[in-house]
Write a protein that binds this ligand. Structure first.
Ligand code: E4P
Length: 217
């Protein structure tokens, strides 16, 4: 499973990248706003900065919701860097745009996916990645990880090449469950990635080893 970090914060991206396990970055308009990025030029420059930091797929989301607007904006985003993945919402014109981008060699990430039906449409349209929002599904008392498992089964049976990018991750356990359910990629907040490190027995064991090492010094 590939690891992406789900943030537009450059310090967090740097920290995750330095771990040596980072395969890419996802952003969205909310994450960009959180960093105080304002204006088209600043947005473009921020994507460029992320692309220069991480050698991997970088998702940049379109704001337009009509076919022509999505295509125009997607082309501009794709021109920033070869690693840009154009993030397109799961709406009717978005599906049309996914097909257009797929036919024209532009990689995409279909975002705001909450059902298997939407995941089938995105795959049929040739999306490179599809992003089911696990945490937001859990928030509405459905099971987000179950959707990952269902999608993995459908994509395998149907031979779809689209990669399942588990998004809206809220915990280290989510990452483990998504890996188990067949996600190809997990995009996570830094906190959840670092959460994978934690086990009290590791800390207790290390403290004991270091204490005993003094006896052999
Ligand atoms: C990633 O592509 C999504 O935009 C993101 O994971 C959404 O996460 P949230 O539900 O925590 O906002």
């Amino acid at each position: 499973m590939k690891f992406f970090i789900d943030t537009a914060n450059l310090a967090q991206i740097k920290e995750a990248n330095e771990l040596g396990i980072l395969d890419g970055v996802t952003t969205n308009p909310s994450l960009m706003a959180k960093e105080g990025i304002k204006g088209n030029e600043a947005v473009m420059n921020h994507y460029k900065a992320i692309c220069e930091m991480v050698d991997g797929d970088i998702s940049a989301e379109v704001i337009a919701t009509d076919f022509n607007g999505i295509v125009e904006e997607g082309k501009k985003l794709a021109a920033i860097h070869p690693n840009i993945i154009v993030k397109v919402p799961m709406i009717k014109d978005g599906v049309k745009a996914l097909k257009y981008f797929s036919d024209n060699g532009i990689k995409t990430n279909c975002t705001l996916v909450f059902s298997a039906g939407q995941a089938i449409l995105a795959a049929k349209a040739g999306a490179t990645y599809v992003s089911p929002f696990i945490g937001r599904i859990d928030d509405s008392s459905w099971d987000g990880v179950e959707l990952i498992a269902q999608m993995a089964q459908i994509y395998s049976i149907q031979g779809y090449k689209t990669e399942i990018l588990a998004a809206s991750i809220r915990s280290a356990l989510h990452i483990v469950k998504c890996a188990e359910a067949g996600a190809d990629v997990c995009t996570c907040p830094l906190e959840s990635i670092l959460g994978l490190l934690k086990h009290p027995l590791t800390d207790i064991g290390l403290a004991k080893f270091l204490e005993d090492a003094k006896k052999t010094a």
